[in-house]
Design a protein around this ligand. Structure first.
Ligand SMILES: Nc1nc2c(ncn2[C@@H]2O[C@H](COP(=O)(O)OP(=O)(O)OP(=O)(O)O)[C@@H](O)[C@H]2O)c(=O)[nH]1
Ligand SMILES: [Mg+2]
Length: 391
C-alpha cells in the first residue's frame, strides 16, 4: 500500500470514533473592521463614473455567497442594472457536483428575486445570477451572453460600459481578464493576486465585446451592441464593520481580509472545525483527526518540515500554509454559507429582525466608533488581566 493511501486508511480508521466539535468558540475581541483609505476613495470614484455605467457586475465569492454581500456597494450603486457573479465556483463544490451547483444557482436566483432583504439591493432592472470559474470558458461564455443581451437591450450606439465591483479578493480582476480572453481572444489587462488589495484604483475601460460593425462595414454579431462592451475594474471594498463574529471568520478564511488581521491560528482552527464536520479524513495526509488546533498545526509543521530551532513546530507558519491549501481547494471544496431552503429562510428572518432592531448596516462613522470602543475594551481587558495576580 502506498504511504499516502496507508495514512488515509489509518486516519479513516481513527476517524470512526472521532466526534467533531459542535460549536466553534472564538474570542469576541477579534478585529472586525478592515475599512481602508482606498476603499473609501474607490466608492467615491465609482459614484463619479456611475452616470456612464449601464451595468454592474457584482462579484461575490461563491464559497460565501451571502456573507460576501456588501451593503455599501449595494446602496452606492443601487440605480443600475446588475448581474451578480458568484466567482470561484470551482472552489465551492467538487467538480462532479454539477447538479448541486445548478440547485444552488436556482435557489440564489429565487432568493435575489423574491426577498427584499436578500442583499440584492433591488435595483430598477433584473437581477441575474451566474456562477463562474475563470478556468472554465463555458461559464465565462454564459456571463458574456447575458452581458451582450443587456448591451443589445440598452440599444446605445456607444455600446455598454460595465463596472466590476465586489469585496476585496473576490476575483474581479481575474473575471475581467477571463471576459477579455473569451470575448476578444486577447490577453488579460488587469493585475491579479492571492491577497486582497491588489487593485488600488479604477481602471480605464477594457474591451470585452467587439463592436457590431467592423471598420470595413461588416457585421460581427447577430445582436447589435453598438461600439461593443467595455468593463472598468475597481478596487475591492470591504464593509466598515462586521457585526457577526462568524462572518468575520468566514471572510478571513476565504481571503477577503488581509492575512494577519485575524490570527492565522484562529483561522486555521475555524477551518479545522469546518473540515471536521464534513470529513476529517480530508487531512489524513497531514494529521490524525483532532479538534485541537495546536495538535493539528504541530502535525502539519512536522509533516511539511516547518520547524524552528531545536525542531519546535512553527505553528503560525503551518497555519498560514494549511489555510492557503484550503483556499486552493486542496483540503476539500465546500461553501461556508447555508444555501438550502431552510438556510435561506433562516437568513431572511435574521435580516428582518436585524432591520427591526435597528441593527441595519452601519454608517462609516458608526462603524469607526464601534471599532474604537471595541479596541478600548480590549486594551482595558488586557491591562486588567496584567494587574490580576491570580491570572
Ligand atoms: N480557483 C479559482 N481562483 C480564482 C478564480 N477567480 C479568481 N481566483 C483567484 O482569486 C485571487 C484573487 O483574484 P483577483 O482577481 O486578484 O481578485 P480581486 O477581486 O481583483 O482582488 P482585489 O483587486 O485585491 O480586490 C487570485 O489568486 C485568483 O487567481 C476562480 O474562478 N477560481
Ligand atoms: Mg483586483
Amino acid at each position: 500500500m502506498a504511504a499516502a493511501a496507508k495514512a488515509a486508511s489509518s486516519a479513516a480508521g481513527a476517524a470512526n470514533g472521532f466526534v467533531p466539535r459542535a460549536v466553534f468558540e472564538v474570542s469576541a475581541s477579534i478585529t472586525r473592521s478592515y475599512f481602508l483609505g482606498h476603499h473609501t476613495a474607490a466608492l467615491t470614484s465609482m459614484r463619479k463614473v456611475l452616470s456612464n455605467i449601464g451595468l454592474i457586475l457584482e462579484c461575490r465569492d461563491s464559497r460565501v455567497p451571502l456573507t460576501s454581500t456588501n451593503p455599501l456597494l449595494e446602496s452606492s450603486l443601487a440605480s443600475r442594472d446588475r448581474i451578480i457573479v458568484y466567482t470561484k465556483s470551482d472552489l465551492c463544490a467538487p467538480a462532479t457536483s454539477t447538479r448541486w451547483l445548478a440547485r444552488q444557482q436556482s435557489l440564489l436566483t429565487e432568493w435575489h428575486q423574491n426577498s427584499p432583504s436578500s442583499g440584492s439591493g433591488v435595483i430598477g432592472g433584473r437581477t441575474e445570477v451566474v456562477f463562474t470559474d475563470e478556468r472554465n470558458p463555458r461559464s465565462i461564455q454564459r456571463l458574456l451572453a447575458l452581458v451582450k443581451e443587456r448591451a443589445a437591450a440598452q440599444d446605445s450606439l456607444l455600446g455598454l460600459r460595465a463596472l466590476v465591483v465586489g469585496m476585496p479578493n473576490a476575483g474581479k480582476s481575474t473575471l475581467l481578464n477571463a471576459l477579455r480572453r473569451v470575448g476578444m481572444r486577447l490577453p488579460g489587462a488587469a493585475r491579479t493576486g492571492a491577497q486582497p488589495g491588489v487593485t488600488r484604483k479604477l481602471s480605464t475601460p477594457v474591451r470585452i465585446v467587439a463592436a457590431t460593425e467592423t471598420s470595413d462595414g461588416a457585421y460581427n454579431d447577430a445582436q447589435d451592441v453598438g461600439e461593443g462592451v467595455f468593463v472598468v475594474d475597481t478596487p475591492g471594498v470591504f464593509v466598515p464593520y462586521v457585526s457577526d463574529l462568524e462572518s468575520m471568520l468566514k471572510l478571513s478564511l476565504v481571503g477577503c481580509v488581509k492575512d494577519g488581521l485575524v490570527p492565522a491560528e484562529t483561522i486555521a482552527d475555524y477551518m479545522l472545525f469546518l473540515i471536521n464536520q464534513r470529513d476529517p479524513t480530508i487531512y489524513a495526509d497531514l494529521s490524525a483527526p483532532t479538534n485541537d488546533v495546536q495538535e493539528f498545526l504541530d502535525a502539519v509543521a512536522v509533516r511539511t518540515g516547518k520547524l524552528l530551532k531545536g525542531g519546535v513546530p512553527a505553528r503560525e507558519h503551518a497555519a498560514d500554509w494549511v489555510v492557503q491549501q484550503w483556499r486552493r481547494g486542496h483540503l476539500g471544496r465546500f461553501g461556508l454559507d447555508d444555501i438550502s431552503e431552510e438556510g435561506l429562510k433562516a437568513r431572511a428572518t435574521r435580516l428582518a429582525l436585524e432591520q427591526n432592531e435597528g441593527d441595519a448596516p452601519l454608517s462609516l462613522s458608526q462603524a469607526r466608533k464601534r471599532e474604537k470602543e471595541a479596541r478600548k475594551a480590549r486594551s482595558l481587558a488586557k491591562r486588567a488581566a496584567a494587574l490580576d495576580p491570580t491570572s
